[in-house]
Design a protein around this ligand. Structure first.
Ligand code: C5P
Length: 218
């Protein structure tokens, strides 16, 4: 493929979404929020009464997902679920759903379909390691656990959700452990990924660093 991909991976609340969207905007590239797909599968499964341990039925939900991204809005079965999929219960469910290899396989083609000219910025856990192993630039973002909990807290409070820091710190740690320890496509830095610790950097600094690196390659 000669459509360039910038893969941005990292643990939850490491700033991937904000950074990936910023880089996509600067370069005029498409944007893939792969986590939203796992969140949508989790929500759709809940609504259909499917257990989060039932791999085969979950993979069917993933394969038949009736979802679309319209600007900043996420639509599932014709309904706006933009905020619902960001809630903590759905976050936890998403990481359980994401541990099943058949679910991951069922979402593969859908993710790769986002790769269209002039380019794609894709963010998640396995963009550089599995979905786009030939990405032109791979970035792995980290931040201290405290900083990540603070960011997620602000994000959820801004959406009017009722959360506490204590719960968030615990939930983020639990989700990260599940993501790192799963057998298939675990969260890990690709060998050829550039590590950026975002703890004490501003959004603009990180976006500019990623864009500059990308431009230095082409
Ligand atoms: O990125 P986000 O926090 O929205 O992802 C929600 C969950 O989806 C993650 O905790 C992870 O378990 C799963 N995920 C994944 N692979 C990706 C993106 C997300 O397993 N590429």
């Amino acid at each position: 493929e000669d459509v360039p991909v910038i893969a941005i991976d990292g643990p939850s609340a490491s700033g991937k979404g904000t950074i990936a969207q910023g880089v996509a905007r600067v370069l005029g590239f498409h944007y893939l929020d792969s986590g939203a797909l796992y969140r949508l599968v989790a929500l759709a499964a809940r609504r259909r009464g499917i257990e989060l341990t039932a791999e085969q039925p979950l993979a069917q939900v993933a394969a038949g997902l009736d979802a679309s991204f319209e600007g900043d809005e996420v639509i599932l079965d014709g309904e706006r679920v933009t905020d619902t999929i960001r809630s903590e219960p759905v976050s936890q469910d998403a990481s359980k759903v994401a541990s099943h290899p058949q679910v991951r396989a069922a979402l593969m083609a859908r993710q790769r379909a986002f790769r269209r000219p002039p380019g794609l910025v894709a963010e998640g856990r396995d963009m550089g390691t599995h979905v786009f192993p030939d990405a032109r630039l791979k970035i792995f973002l980290t931040a201290s656990p405290e900083e990540r909990a603070r960011r997620r807290y602000k994000q959820l409070i801004d959406k009017g959700m009722d959360v506490t820091m204590i719960d968030l710190v615990r939930d983020i740690a639990e989700r990260d452990r599940r993501d790192r320890e799963r057998a298939v496509a675990p969260l890990k830095q690709a060998d050829d990924a550039v590590l950026i610790d975002t703890t004490s950097l501003t959004i603009d600094e990180i976006v500019n660093a990623v864009v500059a690196r990308y431009r230095s390659l082409t």
